[in-house]
Ligand binder design. Structure first.
Ligand SMILES: [Zn+2]
Length: 104
C-alpha cells in the first residue's frame, strides 16, 4: 500500500510540474461511473478507482459522448441529465479490470 501511495505521489508531482491536464477515473464496480476528480463528492473514502490514463486530457464533452450514463453527473454536469441517464456507455472499466485479471 505504501508503495502504491508513493507511486501516486510521484505521478502527481509530474502532473503538477507539467501544469496539470484533465484526468478521468472510473469507479471499479459493475455500475461504476467515470469521474474527473478522485475527490468527487459522490465517492466514499473506500471507493476503489481505476485511473483511466488513456483518457488523459480528454474534454468533458468527449467523456460524456464516450461514457454516456457512466459519466458522473457531479463531475460532468449538463442540463440534460435525465436524457444522459439513458445514453449507452462505451466504457466499462470494471469489466476491463475483471478481464485483465482473469476474474470472469
Ligand atoms: Zn464524480
Amino acid at each position: 500500500m505504501l508503495e502504491l501511495t508513493e507511486q501516486i505521489a510521484a505521478l502527481d508531482r509530474i502532473y503538477t510540474e507539467r501544469g496539470r491536464w484533465s484526468r478521468v477515473y472510473a469507479t471499479l464496480s459493475p455500475r461504476g461511473h467515470l469521474h474527473r476528480d478522485r475527490h468527487c463528492r459522490t465517492l466514499r473514502p473506500t471507493t476503489i478507482l481505476a485511473w483511466l490514463v488513456g483518457l488523459a486530457d480528454v474534454s468533458s464533452e468527449e467523456v460524456i459522448a464516450l461514457a454516456g450514463w457512466r459519466a458522473c453527473g457531479a463531475c460532468f454536469p449538463t442540463a440534460d441529465m435525465e436524457r444522459r441517464r439513458s445514453l449507452p456507455s462505451g466504457v466499462d472499466a470494471f469489466a476491463d479490470y475483471m478481464d485483465t485479471h482473469g476474474r470472469r
